[in-house]
Design a protein around this ligand. Structure first.
Ligand code: DNO
Ligand code: MN
Length: 386
């Protein structure tokens, strides 16, 4: 595997030299300052790449080139947005980028309800609780029809939870869920979020799948010609939230996407943390079966909890069978003679980072620990495999 770390650009509190000292050889990054949908200009990409290279690292994987809402909803701007997406891909390829990550989640990117959940050892993890999400949805957002999205037990628990929260806790929960986590590119206030949800009133899962296929059918020929792998990041969490469809949550979803758009460039960013929230996703099996489509790996583990909750576990702990996953990746790399880029997706906030301002999930020390563990695991497995 090629060891990378995500870097949010010149404003990231984690500096390039720290990423290099953590042992990564590349960063994955994006031009976060460019608004969604606009073209990434070649000069700007080249300048960012030069900055990374001056620090002794490389940049070959983009995370993410965002897919504008106008593409997901097939708005009248669709043609222009597709042309701009293709232009960005062309400019990226000209600068030596060969993997481009995106997602197809409506409105929200990854979603959590607690950004500082204390673990027994004092480190802090990101956590998702369905009950907290429902408390926000039902009683703070007050989305029309929200009650239909939850079973009776969840509604009752959400009502109780809401009653125990003071105003500050309610505002904090609202911000955590919709203000936009690092890399999300978009954030909302509750009134704006309600209006945005309305734009999906006529878009069910089947329609969103069709829109996803239309997007890929339009951009993959360009990506094929450029030698770029366009890799979709799965839904996080991998089920519908706020009544909005999510269509990249299971192996069947992903296999279906490859069947409908067989172009070589149509690929996957296999995120074990996102997919691993569902017990029915067989992660090592997915590496085996989707292998040649995997262009990028996010390695982390979640611990599933009762009542639809989960938290981010240690990289080698939790529910993901990480040794079996990395062994499958090793077999794939040998079979295809390629080194697949990976990153330790998130990490715990720990040690000196507990006293620092950090991007939730993206503090240095927890990710450095994760990367070190994953590197050692791969080295050991490769040795054992001869
Ligand atoms: C979260 C990330 C996601 C990912 C996007 C890809 O930590 O894994 O934000 O970058 O979904 O488009
Ligand atoms: Mn991920």
């Amino acid at each position: 595997m090629t060891q990378t770390m995500r870097w949010f650009g010149p404003n990231d509190p984690v500096q390039l030299r720290a990423i290099r000292q953590a042992g990564a050889t590349e960063v994955v990054t994006a031009l976060h300052e460019v608004p969604n949908g606009a073209v990434w200009e070649r000069d700007a990409i080249a300048a960012r790449k030069a900055m990374v290279r001056a620090a002794g690292l490389d940049w070959r994987v983009v995370e993410s080139l965002p897919v504008d809402e106008g593409i997901k909803t097939r708005s009248p701007e669709w043609d222009r947005l597709i042309a701009q997406y293709c232009q960005s891909l062309t400019n990226l390829a000209a600068c030596g980028i060969d993997v481009v990550t995106y997602n197809f989640m409506p409105l929200l990117d990854w979603t959590r309800t607690d950004l500082g959940w204390e673990l027994p050892d004092g480190a802090r993890a990101l956590r998702f609780e369905l009950v907290a999400l429902a408390a926000y949805d039902l009683f703070i957002l007050q989305r029309p029809g929200a009650a239909e999205s939850y079973d009776a037990a969840t509604c009752a628990a959400a009502e109780q939870r809401y009653a125990t929260m003071d105003e500050a806790a309610r505002r904090e929960l609202e911000r955590t869920i919709i203000a936009g986590l690092p890399g999300s590119e978009e954030g909302f206030t509750s009134p704006a979020f309600l209006r945005a949800i309305e734009t999906y009133a006529d878009i069910d899962a089947a329609t969103l799948r069709d829109h996803h296929v239309a997007f890929l059918a339009a951009v993959c020929p360009t990506a094929d010609a450029l030698g770029i792998r366009l890799v979709v990041h799965p839904d996080d969490p991998p089920f519908p939230i706020f009544g909005l469809p999510r269509v990249v949550s299971t192996e069947a979803d992903i296999a279906n996407l490859f069947a409908r758009v067989p172009n070589r460039s149509n690929g996957l960013c296999l995120c074990t943390g996102s997919l691993g929230v569902r017990a029915d996703n067989d992660l090592p099996g997915m590496v085996d079966r989707l292998g040649d489509r995997i262009g990028f790996l996010h390695l982390r583990s979640v611990q599933r909890e009762p009542d639809g909750a989960f938290h981010e576990a240690e990289h080698l702990g939790g529910d993901a069978a990480m040794a079996a996953i990395v062994a499958a990746v090793h077999r794939l790399s040998v079979r295809e003679h390629r080194s697949i880029p990976m990153r330790p997706d998130h990490g715990h906030q720990m040690l000196d980072d507990l006293a620092r301002i950090t991007n939730p999930g993206y503090s240095l020390l927890g990710r450095m620990r994760g990367l070190a563990e994953l590197r050692g695991l791969e080295r050991g497995l490769a040795y054992a495999a001869g």
